[in-house]
Design a protein around this ligand. Structure first.
Ligand SMILES: [Zn+2]
Length: 106
C-alpha cells in the first residue's frame, strides 16, 4: 500500500504531482458504464479513488495523464451518465488525446 509515511518520505511533506499510468474500474450502479475505482501512479503504487478524490478536493497532491505528448489534469466531477459524485476524469479542455478510461487496466 501507498502509506502516508512513504508519501511524506518521498515528497518531503510537500504537495506533489503524480502521473496516472493505469486504472482499475468498476461498473456503475446501473451496470452500463464504468467508474474509476483506483489508479496506478508512476507505474507503481495503487491509490484508491477515495484517496485521489480527497487529494484533489483538498487542493493537495495533483494527478495527471500523459497521452500523445500532452498532459491532462485529473479532476473530480459528477459522472456525466449517472448521479455518482466522485467521478474521476481528465480535463477535456487540455487534450482529448488521453483520458483515464483509455489507460491500461492494472
Ligand atoms: Zn456514472
Amino acid at each position: 500500500m501507498w502509506s502516508e509515511a512513504l508519501r511524506l518520505e518521498l515528497c518531503g511533506g510537500s504537495m506533489a504531482s503524480y502521473q496516472v499510468t493505469g486504472v482499475r474500474t468498476e461498473k456503475s450502479a446501473d451496470g452500463y458504464h464504468d467508474h474509476i475505482r483506483a489508479v496506478q501512479i508512476n507505474r507503481a503504487a495503487i491509490l484508491s479513488r477515495h484517496t485521489v478524490v480527497n487529494d484533489i478536493r483538498s487542493g493537495g497532491d495533483s494527478y495527471y495523464t500523459l497521452g500523445g505528448g500532452q498532459k491532462a489534469d485529473v479532476e473530480v466531477v459528477t459522472c456525466p451518465k449517472c448521479t455518482f459524485r466522485d467521478y474521476l476524469k481528465t480535463k477535456p479542455d487540455r487534450t482529448t488525446a488521453d483520458n483515464l478510461l483509455s489507460l491500461p487496466r492494472v
